[in-house]
Design a protein. Sequence first.
Length: 683
Amino acid sequence: MEMTDPHRFLGLQDGGRCIRLLEEGEVWVQGKKVPLRKNEKGIYEYISEVPLQPKDYTIKHAGGLVAHDPYAFPPTFLKEDEELFAQGKHLLIDEVMGGRLCIHEGVEGVKFAVWAPCAKGVFLIGDFNDWECDRNPMRRMGSSGVWELFVPGLQEGERYKFAVETLEGIIKKKADPYSYQGEMRPNTASVVTRIDHHIWGDQKWMETRKKGLEGPLNIYEVHLGAWKKRGREFMGYREMAPLLIEYVKKMGYTHVEFMPVMGHPFDESWGYQVTGYYAISRRYGTVEDFQFLVDQLHQQEIGVILDWVPGHFPTDEHSIARFDGTFLYEHEDPRQGFHPEWNTHIFNFGRYEVENFLLGSALFYLDKMHVDGLRVDAVSSMVYLDFGRKEGEWVPNAKGGNENLEAAAFLKRLNETVKERFPSALMIAEESHAYPGVTDPERLGFDLRWDLGWMNDTLKYFQTPHAHRGEVHDLLVHEMTYFYDEKHLLPLSHDEVVHEKKSLLSKMPGNEWEKFANLRLLLSLMVCHPGKKLLFMGGEIGQWHEWNSREELHWDVLAMPYHHQLQYCVSQLNAFYREHPALFTDDFSKKGFEWVDYSDRTHNVFSYLRRGGEETLLCIHHFSPEELSHYLIPFKKCGAVQEIFSTDSKEFGGCGIMNPEITIENQGIRLTLPPLSTLILTV
């Protein structure tokens, strides 16, 4: 029996005079139970003397639900939806795909829609039909490849999956790619969920927020499962909200960036192997709980950025991998569709429906979750066909090059669409291979690019023993030769404190005091340097051990003076940063930065000016562990000079060497440079 159009022979037939069911069941017509007979085709039917309407009768499902007949109603997925989806242009695709509560033809229920163009048939399974694969076939909508079914009477909380029959007759039980919520792992069913329960209180924030490119942007990167825990259990979104808000405000960050909160089955993936691109992770609570967290952060003027992973997805059987038995979301050629390093599938960016799926996911979080921006993960793996591949393992593009033209076109369209729909939202690229034009509106069009070159060079410099830093002096100079090619964000992220790379503090050379002084110097260098800022949790307290996602941060170290003093130093640095326009107003203009001197390889001293608005600051970094008295900075343009910040302050754990008076000479200014320190002066 053909199952592409079950409504053609089930439900109300013959002008409303015949009710047909696929299996024997119970039917009530206008409140009265009526008998069924089995016809010659094996279909159970009731013949009425008068024409009936869909709301005139109810049926009893195998799971006990009594409701109106799913096969008596017209489609909920409209022709307009089909056309927009096929063109990759449905900007509200999450509202028409998946399992969504609705009122259809005056009847409450859930509408289901799923894309499986090469399936022989698709069946809806769930608690309401005892998870039997042959009880609720779905209707194929024309040539769109979308299958649809409206089930009256289903309510929020209903668990379900799609049983997809491949052309070979194999049944694949798949979670809903567009589900708003999944079960708690290890279970994998989708859950019918409303996302409009929460009453938002962040209207002022949403109406007045700005990108922050001309203002201070200082991000605290957080893994929600390991920032703080409740014993060995995860802390929930709601429980975490007041604690995180208090801490972020105390520390002076402008934004938090959450590592992926989308549905993912494996804790150890940190969220980067996503199976639910429209689903909030159930580990920490419900969709409404997550909205509460975002809302509360906004009401305290803290922005929220999410990590988003459109480059690849895992091979889990319940996920979108080989969804209808074919290479649907992924590229068919493994040289383009499988990531050899991560053992994950790569999206087919040249397929309109896949593009729409990803675009819709991004817009969903910006719109319905009120997030302020997305950090797009692993952009290099998307735009380079030879990423992670040896010679002969990749396919050149039509021009003979290694650029993934389809992925680049998708990212450009993504950023253009976001700018049009949400002009104040931030789009940030993690791009590691110097792809040209990441923040160029005519190329990829991101707002910011992670400056991984700065991160690599800077950490290499800091890990060099003090006596040999002169040999790697140029690492801190080279950065400014390319910095203005893009709009950069300086990241000290989770990637730098895992996989035996050591924590930031443990990377530093020297004795204990010198390690803390070096870390204060590193974090102050980041604040002074042009570019926006990001620090991963734990760096601000000087955690000794590298990050472990299975345990919370080692907050107990704050009982020790050096750690507490470091944390206080970071909070004061962050406050200083927000108060001084010279450090953020002209981050992406050459007028905002000017070298004073970077020639002293012997003492490892660098000095430069930061300008912004009416303010000019002189930043001096001393990377050697000895005190330098009467040191000459060759800055000759100042009429008055005053030291206004020093990482060597005693309250930060330093020596307390200060410069209450600075000598001005014809050749420049003379002052004392504390060991391993940053000084900031007004000039």
